[in-house]
Each structure stands twice: as structure tokens, then as C-alpha cells.
Write a protein that binds this ligand. Sequence first.
Ligand code: 5GP
Ligand code: MN
Length: 326
Amino acid sequence: MKSFRSTLALFKQYQTFAISTHVNPDGDAIGSELALYLFLEKLGKTVRIFNTDPVPEKYQFLPYWENIENAEAASDFCSDVLIILDASSRERIGNFLRKRLLPMHAVVNIDHHTTAKAFGDYNIIEPAASSTAEIIYKFIRSTDIAIDEAGAVCLYTGMMFDTGCFRFSNATPETHRIAAELIEIGKFAPDEVYRQVFEQVPLSKMHLLGQTLRTLELTPDGKIGWVRVTQAMLNDTDTTLDDVEGFVNQVQAIDGVDVAICVCELADGNTKVSLRSAGNVDVAALAAEFDGGGHERASGCRIELPITTAIKRLVTSAQLHIDENG
Ligand code: 5GP
Ligand code: MN
């Protein structure tokens, strides 16, 4: 682990920086990238952000989001330092960027996943933090550079997203205090950020949710619940994998469900999995059995099997975890 102080010294020492994050970036990934980008610019650095996947429309209200570049743009850029945010492994930034983003001096890894690997030369891993944005907040606060309005809304959005709007168990009293401070600094309306991130649901997504909930199955004791999304359902409702975000939470909301599972059939026939836990089962450990990862209560993985087989394996594993925990 590196301290904030030595990481700041590294940032001051070098001039050019590349920032990246995991594939299918979420609010925490994008908010953290933009806040750190603004911070490094204030230090007078040359900074570029490269992501494998585009910025989802709901985050296109964040200041400077247009400065986030696609992976191909990284071809002509070699930085002194590469900073990878919110990605529990280096592979999570996507294959092309993993091979292309090779810094001259150091890789900095900032993350809050319990399954985070220390793949960087500098690793700041804080599984107790609600979000990567919360770590970035603390880092910037440890310096003499102030967080401005733009930085505040980016950090708030990251924290808000990863805590499910401050509902999940990762939202500590400190998270709430930081959020309050960011609202004061940023002068934005929290309800508008909430609407932007959680409530601009396209009608097509609602149709997909309707179809998905009809696939709900539960174990006889009701402790494991799962839904499935097929390619046919995506085609039928004119939606994409991105639209499946959040569906697993609907399963977790069912009274008595300990482990909620959402499986999604990928175009190549394999399966993308989202897992949620009510608290009795560590779903990061469950996902790790399938080479995935995440947090104790929210995790995911990809399984190279068709959805029906994947579901069987997942439910069997989840059952073992439940049995172990009495
Ligand atoms: P979600 O279900 O919302 O896609 O992801 C929940 C959590 O699990 C996130 O923190 C995410 O980083 C992690 N996660 C999701 N999919 C994967 C995966 O394929 N590999 C790893 N290591 N983590 C994942
Ligand atoms: Mn995160």
C-alpha cells in the first residue's frame, strides 16, 4: 500500500498522465476519473482519460465528460504515469487498453473492491470506502488543492451511484458527511443528480424489466432468487446489456431473499452475472469462485457457459454458502 503523501509526490514528480477505468464504466468510475483529471490539471499536468466503453448518456451531464476519449485515441500517447481507477484487476480496463497503456514510470491503482488486486506500482486499496470517489475525495483533501464545483459534482455522483443513493451498507456516517460537504461546494441540486442517474429510464428498459421479472425463480426456501435476460429479450425490447443494470436489485428487494442473481446471455453465448447479498453471504467470494469479484454485498462475474448451466452452478454454490453460514 502507498500513502497519499507518496502518491502525491509521484504526481508532482511527473508531467504526463493517462487515466482509465473498468469496461462498462459506471457513475463511480466516471466521476472518479473526472475528479482526478481536474485535480491533476490544477497541478499543471498533461492529463488524458481513455476508456474502452463510451460514457453512458446519463452521465453526460458531468462537467468535462467530453474529454473522455475512446481506446483507439490512446495509440499515439505515452504517459509518464498511468492511473487505473475502480478496476479490481488490470484486465478490467479492456484488452486493447491493457496492451496500449504502458506508462514510462509507474502504474497507480486506486480501488475499493474487496477482491482488488495490488497490480500497480502504487496501490491505494480501501475496501471500507463506499466508492473510489470517496478515496479520491480523501486524497484531494489531503493536499492543498481545493475541490471546486466541477470536482464536487463528479465526486458526489460517484459516491451516490455506488451507495445506491446512500441506501446500501457501504454508506457510512462519514460518507454522508462528505456528501453534504460536496453538495455545499458544488452548489448542485442533489435531486437533479438523482433524477439524472437513476430516473431517466428509457421506456424500452421498463419493457425489458417487465419481461425479466416474469423469469423470476426462487429456491423452495425463498433464500436464493434469480432472473434471466436472453439475447431474444434484448432484441425484442430494443435494449442492450447496459439496460440490465439495476435489475438484480429488484430480486434482492424480495422479502426473505439472501442471495439475488441476475444472469444475462451475451452475444457469444456466454453469461454475465450480477450478484447481491442481503448480508449473510459474501457474494464477492461467491463471484471469485467464477473468476469474478466485487464487494461482499455486490459482485459480478462472467461465466463461459450458457445461462441455464451457469444458473445451475451459481445456485449450487450460493446454496453451499448459505448452508455454511447456518
Ligand atoms: P454489477 O452487478 O453492478 O455489474 O457489479 C457489481 C460489482 O461487481 C461491481 O463492484 C463490479 O465491479 C463487480 N463486478 C461485476 N462484474 C465483474 C467481473 O466480471 N469481474 C470482477 N472482478 N468484478 C465484477
Ligand atoms: Mn466503485
